[in-house]
Each structure stands twice: as structure tokens, then as C-alpha cells.
Design a protein around this ligand. Structure first.
Ligand code: PEP
Ligand code: MG
Length: 538
């Protein structure tokens, strides 16, 4: 039995057998190469087959998933027929490569070219080039895509390309668990569109599950349980039944405002990691976004997101929220959230090392790109900026100075931005709690990150299973610090909220409100649950 944590990209809970999906590898293929002419002919044939497959996929996606999601396969039809791409493959074959290797090489070259273009749309095409190349290779090597699921199952894979995701028979898919994957990928969008529970970045070892094994997928708390015990199965069957009943009952709490029994309004916001998550914010009736974990925009890519690119993303987020507030946390890079292209030094204690605001103050250029993007986007809605991992007044002042420099530079460049952007900090270190009274005089709001506050207060690594029994965000030491923080905020006339996981704990809602917290930011699926807990608070 093992319980693994993954990142929820689509919520839900299910107990079911798994279907293990394995990609083929070009190196393991038994491919018999012919002469250059023969390889060219095989490529032309494969091109015809692939094009007709893509036409069928387009029709299937249109019927099952709607116009939006089917467009991708129209794009694939265009890319596979792109003259430059076809010429590249043909030239590589003439240079001596067999057809599958020529397709693979051309696919990689075009994917790299797309990634090098400073444009969101073009960068997404990189995956599409890989996808169409794999389709051609499979046809050339006569390898079936093993997406033939006979019984309803949870698909387990390293990662999935969009066309693989959509090829699975929709009525047989009960969920997805991916070892890799990113929340912004097409695959994630498709999984959400299918409305099945899905986890990405799940550290599941190879061969640790096989097709047919019964597992538990909990894409509410973000865990995947292999070889569950009879007690766990009973526990989850019970949880699933309760969740069903609760979802029915919770419908009445789907829309705001969030008021306590005495009519006190609490801002009930959501935590997100990507633009796509805003859909779920709106569906679950949250009143805004209290934490946009912007570091996810930097992860899993070969180059840093530019000011331009980020401006577009934050602008789109504000537009999608249509007047609802958006609090963007500046990049919380480091510790468990590594950004390969920053090439940070390996550290013995990364959680206590160069992370978040420490990186930003060290690399002003990097920080300024993000701050300027945020300022430029601010004209599109109600934006607030929040800085993580603060331990001193000096750090806050340095951040404000850099922000002021960004304003000056944008003014000089005639770039418009809003003059009133609330500036807040995350309170997630004991030092920030102790200094809360001084810090409150510097900022417009506090948001307590209980995940880190718990790890630093209890000296207990939040990533380490061996000390998980000590990691408790309701520990009295953590709660005492939180009480101090809310009091300091109220005494200085600023608001304080909670955006760590503790805010999603409905047993603690009334305690947090009694301390003086007026904002709670939680995962979208928990919104009606916490709104109900607020309504039950005296
Ligand atoms: C926290 O520490 O509670 C928090 C919200 O930030 P993250 O979990 O992203 O570190
Ligand atoms: Mg944190």
C-alpha cells in the first residue's frame, strides 16, 4: 500500500481499476528500413493515413467534447501538411535517415523552433508537433496506440499528448493519474473538459501498478492510493457516497456573498496555479482569487516567461474574472518548486535557502519583469500584488522600492497602469508573525501561508513523509502565531486572510473568523463547503 501526493487538475474521487498506458519508444522498435526511395514512399503513405485519422478524431472530439476542444485536431491536420515540415522530413530521408527517425528529428526541430518564439500560442504548438510526429511514427512502425480500454478505468501514464487523451473511449475513463504533466497543458484542459478526477506530477514509480489493480484516486485532497487495504476501500466508498450527498446539499452554497450568522461578510476566494483554473473559480462561486501561484508560469519550460508573455497572462486572468479581485503572488521559486532554466545552485536545505523573495531581491531584473507585467495588466481589473516568504521590514521596503522603480520606468515608456494596486505580503515565517505589527504598517494586507508557517514553526519539512506525523497546521503554536497576526492587522487597519491549506478546513473556519481573519482563500472545490461553514459561524 502506498499513498502518493499529486497535483489536482480536475476534482473528484473514485475507487476503480487502473489502466496503465505506456508510450512506445522509437529505440525499441523493430523497424526494417528500406532504400531512401522506399522510405520516402512509406512516409507519403503514412501521411495519408495520419491525415484521415486526424479527420476522424476531429469529428469524434466535436461530437463528444464540443467545438472548442475539437479545434486542436484541425490544427494538427494543418501542421502535418505544413510544407516546411514535410520538406524537412523528405530531406532527412534523402540524407540517409529511415522514415521514423526522420519524422522524429523533424518533429523535434519544429518543436524547438516553436518554443523559441516569444508567443504563448506558438509555444503551445511545440507539443502539437511532437504529437503529430508520434502519430506518423506509430503508423510507420505499425504500432497500435494502446488506448483500447475495455472496462471503465483510471488511466495511469507518464504524460499524455492531447490526441492520446481524446483517443481513450470517453465512457470508459474514470480518471487520470500522470507522473508528469502541467496544469496548463492541453491534456489538462481536456481532462477537465471530460469532468473526471485527475492528478498530475504524481511520484508513482514505474511498474508499481498494473492494469486491473484496484486503486483510490482522491482528486480533492490530491492523493493516489495503490494497493488499498479493505479499511481504506470501505472508508473511500463511504467518502464517495457522502461527497455525492454533500454535493447535492451544497448547491445552495454555490453563490456568494459569504456571511456569518450575524451578517459579517468574509471574502471567500480561491487559490489557482494557472489561467485555466479560473473556470473552476467561477463554477464554484468564489468571490475572487486570493492566491495565484505565479511560479507555475516559470516551471517546466526551457526559457523564462518574458514581461510581455506575463502581461498577457495576468491580463487574461483579470478579464476572465470580470471585475472580481485577483491577488497574484510573485514567484515563489525554490525549495520544492525548482525552475530548471534559472540554474539555481543545489542546496543542502532548500526550504531554508534561496527561495521566493530572496531570489527576487538578488536578481532584480527577473523580479522587475514580473512586477512590470503585473503593473501593465492592472488596468484590466482588480489586481493586488503579494510577496511570499517575508522575514523582515527591510525586505518589504526593498520590494516596494523596486516596484516604485518599475512604475517610473513604465511611466517613462508611456505604458499605462493602475495607480491603486494593493500591495500585501504572505505571512509564512515565524519571523513575520513576530514582526506583524511593524510589517502591517508597510502593507495593505496580510495573507497567512499556513503550509509554510507550519513547517517553519514546527521545524518539520512539509515534504518529508518521515515527519508527517508532526506536521499539523492546527498545532496550538501555529494557531497562537496566527491569532497574533490577525490582531496586528486589525490594530493597524489592514485586512488579514489565510491562503494556506488550513483555510480549507471547515472545522477551523469559525476559529479563524473569531481571530479576526476576513478573507479565506481555498481550492475551488472547497468553496461551497467553506461558505456553508461561514454561514454556520456565530
Ligand atoms: C503556504 O505556504 O501556505 C502557501 C499558501 O504557499 P505554498 O503552499 O505555495 O508554499
Ligand atoms: Mg508558502
Amino acid at each position: 500500500m502506498a499513498t502518493l501526493q499529486g497535483r489536482v487538475i480536475s476534482e473528484g474521487m473514485v475507487v476503480a481499476p487502473v489502466f496503465v498506458y505506456e508510450k512506445f519508444s522509437l529505440d525499441k522498435l523493430n523497424y526494417e528500413a528500406g532504400s531512401a526511395d522506399e522510405e520516402l514512399a512509406k512516409y507519403e503513405d503514412a501521411l495519408k493515413v495520419a491525415t484521415s485519422q486526424l479527420k476522424e478524431l476531429f469529428i469524434k472530439a466535436l461530437k463528444e467534447l464540443g467545438r472548442d476542444k475539437s479545434l486542436l485536431f484541425e490544427v494538427h491536420q494543418m501542421l502535418i501538411q505544413d510544407d516546411d515540415f514535410k520538406d524537412e522530413v523528405r530531406n532527412l530521408i534523402k540524407d540517409g535517415l529511415d522514415a521514423p527517425h526522420a519524422v522524429q528529428k523533424a518533429g523535434q526541430t519544429f518543436a524547438d523552433m516553436m518554443l523559441a518564439i516569444d508567443d504563448d500560442y506558438m509555444q503551445q504548438r511545440a507539443l502539437d508537433f511532437k504529437d503529430i510526429s508520434n502519430r506518423l511514427i506509430r503508423i510507420l512502425a505499425n504500432v497500435e496506440s494502446n488506448t483500447e480500454i475495455l472496462e471503465p478505468a483510471i488511466v495511469v501514464a507518464d504524460d499524455l499528448e492531447p490526441s492520446e487523451t481524446v483517443t481513450f473511449p470517453k465512457d470508459k475513463i474514470l480518471g487520470f493519474v500522470l507522473r508528469q504533466g502541467s496544469a496548463n497543458s492541453h491534456t489538462a484542459i481536456l481532462a477537465r473538459g471530460m469532468n473526471v478526477p485527475a492528478l498530475i506530477q504524481t511520484p508513482l514509480k514505474q511498474n508499481s501498478v498494473k492494469t486491473g489493480d484496484t486503486v483510490i484516486l482522491d482528486a480533492v485532497d490530491g492523493c493516489f492510493i495503490t494497493e488499498p487495504s479493505a479499511e481504506q476501500l470501505a472508508e473511500y466508498n463511504d467518502k464517495i457516497a457522502k461527497r455525492k450527498a454533500m454535493l447535492a446539499e451544497l448547491k445552495q452554497y454555490l453563490n456568494g456573498p459569504s456571511l456569518t450568522k450575524s451578517g459579517k461578510a468574509i471574502k471567500l476566494y480561491n487559490n489557482i496555479g494557472s489561467l485555466e483554473d479560473i473556470k473552476s473559480v467561477l463554477e464554484n462561486g468564489a468571490e475572487g482569487v486570493g492566491l495565484f501561484r505565479s511560479e507555475f508560469l516559470y516551471m517546466g519550460r526551457s526559457s523564462l516567461p518574458t514581461e510581455e508573455e506575463q502581461t498577457k497572462i495576468y491580463t487574461k486572468a483579470l478579464q476572465a474574472l470580470d471585475g472580481k479581485p485577483l491577488i497574484v503572488r510573485t514567484m515563489d521559486i525554490g525549495a520544492d518548486k525548482q525552475v530548471a532554466c534559472l540554474r539555481l545552485k543545489k542546496e543542502a536545505n532548500p526550504a531554508l535557502g534561496k527561495r521566493a523573495v530572496r531570489i527576487c531581491l538578488d536578481d532584480k531584473r527577473l523580479f522587475k519583469d514580473q512586477l512590470k507585467a503585473l503593473l501593465r495588466a492592472s488596468v484590466a481589473g482588480k489586481l493586488s500584488i503579494m510577496v511570499p516568504m517575508i522575514i523582515s521590514v527591510d525586505e518589504v521596503r526593498q520590494c516596494k522600492e523596486i516596484l516604485a522603480e518599475c512604475r517610473e520606468e513604465l511611466k517613462a515608456a508611456n505604458q499605462p497602469f493602475s495607480e491603486n494596486i494593493p500591495f500585501g505580503i504572505m505571512i509564512e515565517t515565524p519571523a513575520a508573525c513576530i514582526l506583524a505589527d511593524d510589517l502591517a504598517k508597510e502593507v495593505d494586507f496580510f495573507s497567512v501561508g499556513t503550509n509554510d508557517l507550519t513547517q517553519y514553526t514546527l521545524a518539520c519539512d512539509r515534504q518529508n513523509d518521515a515527519v508527517a506525523y508532526l506536521y499539523d497546521d492546527t498545532n496550538p503554536a501555529v494557531l497562537s502565531l496566527m491569532k497574533m497576526v490577525a490582531e496586528a492587522a486589525n490594530q493597524n487597519g489592514i485586512w488579514a486572510g489565510v491562503c494556506g491549506e488550513l483555510a480549507s478546513n471547515s472545522e477551523i473556519t469559525s476559529t479563524l473568523i473569531s481571530y479576526g481573519y476576513t478573507e479565506l482563500s481555498i481550492s475551488p472545490a472547497k468553496t461551497p463547503i467553506i461558505r456553508r461553514a461561514i454561514a454556520k459561524t456565530e
